[in-house]
Design a protein around this ligand. Structure first.
Ligand SMILES: C[S@@+](CC[C@H](N)C(=O)[O-])C[C@H]1O[C@@H](n2cnc3c(N)ncnc32)[C@H](O)[C@@H]1O
Length: 268
């Protein structure tokens, strides 16, 4: 399989996240957006950017806290879902199509720059970190949540990797953002203080198999993998299910899946 050039890589990323139905999945990690907003200390009137916002898991609670919020994402389809929900709830959020590696904002435009599991998918981590720091004012903070490499996401990525196209050499593994030393290195030049917390999001489902059916039918990267792999998809699915089986906290036939993430607060 040919290695993708950067533009093509991002076109594929957009197509992937617009496929499947991410808006059916995002509510299961909404608690993380709430916590990020709390830890970011958002107060009324603050200017807040949610990078790679998807349907707006961090944008929502930030807007409810009274901030002026902009959500940015590659995937126009997800922004459309966010926009419609905001309209229905009477919340004002600006939804912008764009790339985390080229943020379309002036230097120092925001008091807080947030991301929950979105920034991690932009391939060039240093470039993304530089952009997040550039658009955040001095005295502000960048607050992110990333699945850790040693948590379920890390194991799932390892199980799926043999079935995926080789990552281009300019792309770093997304879960690296879930390591404190990596975050310290990315923001070493600009940060005045780092704070790190480990938390767990839990998925609860009536059974592991029915969760697997839901996830494979809706989660965009799985929907793309299914279309790409044909018959080999069931092999990959078995590997992923095995990861969940090992991580499951209960033995009564249901699923309680702990997903560890790193919450990073980078003060500028
Ligand atoms: C797992 S979703 C997270 C979405 C949201 N933050 C949440 O918590 O539900 C990953 C998101 O990253 C977006 N994304 C991936 N690469 C991106 C990039 N280079 N620039 C902006 N958004 C990107 C995808 O379109 C997708 O919406």
């Amino acid at each position: 399989m040919p290695v993708l050039q950067l533009d093509e890589f991002k076109t594929r990323q957009r197509a992937t996240w617009e496929g499947g139905d991410y808006s059916a999945c995002s509510p299961y990690i909404a608690d993380v957006g709430e916590l990020v907003v709390t830890r970011a200390g958002i107060t009324p009137g603050m200017r807040v950017l949610d990078v790679a916002c998807g349907t707006g898991n961090a944008a929502w609670p930030a807007a409810r806290a009274g901030a002026h919020v902009t959500g940015l994402d590659l995937a126009a389809k997800l922004l459309e879902v966010g926009r419609a929900r905001a309209r229905a709830e009477g919340l004002e959020i600006e939804w912008r199509e764009g790339d985390a590696e080229h943020l379309p904002f002036e230097d120092g435009s925001f008091d807080r720059v947030l991301s929950t599991f979105g920034h991690m998918f932009a391939p060039r981590h240093q470039r993304t970190a530089q952009e997040m720091a550039r658009v955040c004012r001095r005295g502000g903070a960048i607050v992110t949540a990333t699945w850790t490499p040693e948590g379920v996401f890390g194991d799932l990525s390892k199980a799926a990797a043999p079935y995926m196209p080789p990552p281009p050499d300019y792309a770093s593994p997304p879960a690296l953002w879930g390591r404190e030393d990596h975050v310290r290195e990315l923001f070493g030049d600009v940060a005045t203080k780092f704070e790190f917390e480990r938390h767990v999001n839990r998925i609860e489902w009536e059974s592991l198999e029915s969760f697997a059916d839901f996830f494979m039918a809706h989660f965009p990267p799985m929907v793309t993998a299914k279309a790409m792999l044909g018959e080999r998809f069931s092999e990959m699915r078995a590997g992923v299910v095995d990861v969940w089986k090992r991580a499951n906290e209960v033995t009564d036939g249901s699923l309680r899946l702990p997903q560890e993430y790193l919450l990073s607060i980078v003060r500028l």
